[in-house]
Design a protein around this ligand. Sequence first.
Ligand SMILES: Nc1ncnc2c1ncn2[C@@H]1O[C@H](COP(=O)(O)OP(=O)(O)OP(=O)(O)O)[C@@H](O)[C@H]1O
Ligand SMILES: [Mg+2]
Length: 244
Amino acid sequence: MTAAQQVTTPLIDARNIHTYYGESHVLHGVDLVLMPGETLSLLGRNGMGKTTTLKSILGFVPPREGQVAIKGIPVAKRRPWQLIRQGIGYVPEGRGIFPGISVREHLTMAARSNDRGETLWTLERVLDTFPRLGQRINHDGSFLSGGEQQMLSIGRALTTNPDLIILDEATEGLAPLIRDEIWKIIRNIQASGIASIIVDKNIDNLLDVADRHLLLVKGRVVYSGDSHGLKADPSILDTHLGVA
Ligand SMILES: Nc1ncnc2c1ncn2[C@@H]1O[C@H](COP(=O)(O)OP(=O)(O)OP(=O)(O)O)[C@@H](O)[C@H]1O
Ligand SMILES: [Mg+2]
């Protein structure tokens, strides 16, 4: 096989996924493919299925129909620690910070090298990236401010040295200055070669950062393409997000 013929395996390859909560049919044939190093945004109004798409591809809410492969391996129902082993850092809606556990413990409990044995994100590098966490290192994680908890959640994901980081509403409810800090960090993560899937309400930042976008309406993908395509036809965002 020549170099030109070599095919890179997608980090995530989800085809025609249908997901239900009980009898409620929420995703109707979603396709999502993510290549190594790529940044994908998942857009859509409240309740359109963004979080469910993430939980479906991660195996927390397994689809009833369709296939999901992570790094070429088909996915069944999964527990969070299995994700970490596959090189996926998940920053869930609501942050997932545990009461009674210190900042240091949050940043060391899941720490690991990547599959290639590299530790690009050490505790020291995470603390350099988030100096506020260093100042609170012995505090109970649940006593931090919302912005600090978000940083802790992202920092914890980085200590697992992931190939992919998934951020579900990482800037939700934060003060503007803290939001700007988080976006700066998202750009740093992207520059370091880690792929990401980002759900966020700030469209301008997403248009700026993401290589591609998927726009969901009632569990169906109505747009898949790059920022150029979205900017070229403002009616897409206007119709489906209420922003132009
Ligand atoms: N655990 C659940 N049980 C039943 N229905 C659910 C559950 N979680 C979500 N839903 C429903 O599934 C649909 C998609 O929800 P989802 O949370 O995926 O949307 P979302 O796009 O992430 O919305 P938001 O922007 O509000 O986070 C909604 O109609 C929601 O009410
Ligand atoms: Mg959601």
